[in-house]
Design a protein around this ligand. Structure first.
Ligand SMILES: CC(=O)N[C@H]1[C@@H](OP(=O)(O)OP(=O)(O)OC[C@H]2O[C@@H](n3ccc(=O)[nH]c3=O)[C@H](O)[C@@H]2O)O[C@H](CO)[C@@H](O)[C@@H]1O
Ligand SMILES: C=C(OP(=O)(O)O)C(=O)O
Length: 430
């Protein structure tokens, strides 16, 4: 199994190209099941999760071809992929395919809307909480679906004339359930009004693509989304928006090591709350013509308290990385996780590097230390694993991160991007 070896102590200087967003690419790829025409997605990151979803869509009958690359980038960076689901050959998403990744469950929306039925295994994904699917069931039931749970599968059936538009307000904000309800509603009869919808940029990106396919969606990006059902959707060409979590991760890495890096091809507007927290920690963060510049030249890392929240709040997907940064602050900071009940698994691994962190319920208290020292550490989930990389970049000596497959789910060419900016990071294959 691959490991990542880091020798800490170097500042980061240079340019890091930001990839297309994993969490936008996945629902966009799933949206291709809504039409028998071709959906072309540009800027799709080359990640394990994308490859897994390609297998899942293929199982439903999608014909998928990959080509193209971004200008000025070496082979293998974000790709252009064509998805054509002329016929849906199978409406079952089996356990073996769905258990590896939470987002694969979302095929339930398009399959149900287009084919009138779907049988989808209960999902897997990062083990960061119980992650139930009750909101999906409630939302699809509101559109008239009949839902049963049998042998670990959700079996959903639409009424004879298809799904019917309805007014549904989520009792809790859910990104995935918003994606699914929005996709299902595009082909429902009549109008659906989604209340307390997730406002994440990825929801906006999906709505933009669905509208390009002929859907009638307004309000995406606000908490009320209205979807007027249409008879059918067509193909389209859409560019996946930049990955705000990758952007924030590298910005925090620079704030940690010091240096001067331009994060290319991304936009500050996607992650203002996180960038503000990085600024408060003492780094300079400015928008440039090509992206975002992050600079920290000398000066300690100031302690900053954060609380995770749905967008536009501080993203839970950057919580572990920010904790990595705070381990070397000059004082005490507090990080409160409000989205997932078990998203502190990085705490004990950061402690191996010398971090001083104590937990009380959903709040971590981090006492900054002057020095971290390299050690063998284990990745426990996607974002936790990259928090160990951030800490390793600033630790003395060698840090060896195992279970790198977590990292490969969400970070395209991490070693290459960091090495080009002066870090010593390499993949070690046993
Ligand atoms: C592929 C993808 O885009 N994943 C992101 C998505 O995950 P995901 O869409 O799974 O996260 P949700 O927004 O649905 O989860 C938010 C909260 O709602 C709860 N919940 C959700 C659905 C449900 O039916 N019942 C329920 O109780 C969850 O357990 C969690 O506590 O948004 C999360 C929150 O920003 C991010 O951390 C993930 O990276
Ligand atoms: C938690 C994440 O992914 P997933 O929802 O697929 O588990 C993530 O992207 O940080």
């Amino acid at each position: 199994m691959d490991r990542i070896r880091i020798v800490g102590g170097s500042e980061l200087r240079g340019i890091i190209p930001i990839s297309g967003a994993k969490n936008a690419a996945l629902p966009l790829m799933i949206a291709s099941l809504l039409t028998d025409d071709t959906l072309t997605l540009e800027n799709v990151p080359h990640l394990a999760d994308v490859e897994q979803l390609i297998r899942i869509l293929g199982n439903h009958g999608a014909d998928i071809s990959v080509n193209g690359r971004r200008e000025r980038q070496s082979e293998g960076y974000s790709r252009t992929i064509h998805f054509t689901s002329r016929n849906i050959v199978d409406t079952t998403a089996p356990y073996e395919l769905v258990s590896k990744m939470r987002a694969s469950f979302w095929v339930i929306g398009p399959l149900l809307a287009r084919e009138g039925r779907a049988r989808v295994s209960l999902p897997g994904g990062c083990a960061i909480g119980t992650r139930p699917v009750d909101l999906f069931i409630e939302a699809l039931t509101a559109l008239g679906a009949r839902i049963e749970i049998d042998g670990g599968y959700i079996e959903a059936t639409a009424p004879a004339g298809g799904l019917v538009g309805a007014r549904y307000t989520f009792p809790k904000v859910s990104v995935g359930a918003t994606h699914v309800l929005m996709m299902a509603a595009t082909l429902a009869r009549g109008t659906t009004v989604i209340g307390n919808a997730a406002r994440e940029p990825e929801v906006q990106d999906l709505a933009k693509c669905l509208n390009a396919m002929g859907a009638k969606i307004t309000g995406a990006g606000t908490s009320t989304v209205t979807v007027e059902g249409v008879d059918q959707l067509s193909g389209a060409r859409h560019r996946v928006l930049p990955d705000r979590i990758e952007t924030g991760t590298y910005a925090m890495a620079v704030a940690m090591t010091g240096g001067d890096v331009v994060l290319e091809g991304t936009e500050a507007g996607l992650l203002e709350t996180a960038l503000e927290a990085i600024r408060r920690s003492g780094a300079e963060v400015t928008s440039t013509e090509t992206g975002i510049r992050v600079v920290r030249n000398g000066g300690g890392i100031k302690p900053v308290d954060i609380v995770t929240d749905p967008y536009p709040g501080f993203p839970t997907d950057l919580q572990a990385q920010f904790m990595g940064l705070m381990t070397k602050s000059t004082g005490i900071s507090h990080i409160t996780e409000t989205i997932f009940e078990n998203r502190f698994m990085h705490v004990q691994e950061l402690a191996r590097l010398g971090a001083k962190i104590s937990l009380s319920g959903q709040t971590a208290k981090i006492e900054g230390v002057e020095r971290l020292r390299g050690a063998p550490v284990m990745a426990t989930d996607l974002r936790a694993s990259v928090s160990l990389v951030i800490a390793g970049l600033a630790a003395e000596g060698e840090t060896m991160v195992s279970r790198v497959y977590h990292l490969d789910r969400g970070f395209e060419r991490l070693e290459e991007k960091l090495t080009r900016c002066g870090a010593t990071v390499e993949r070690v294959s046993d």
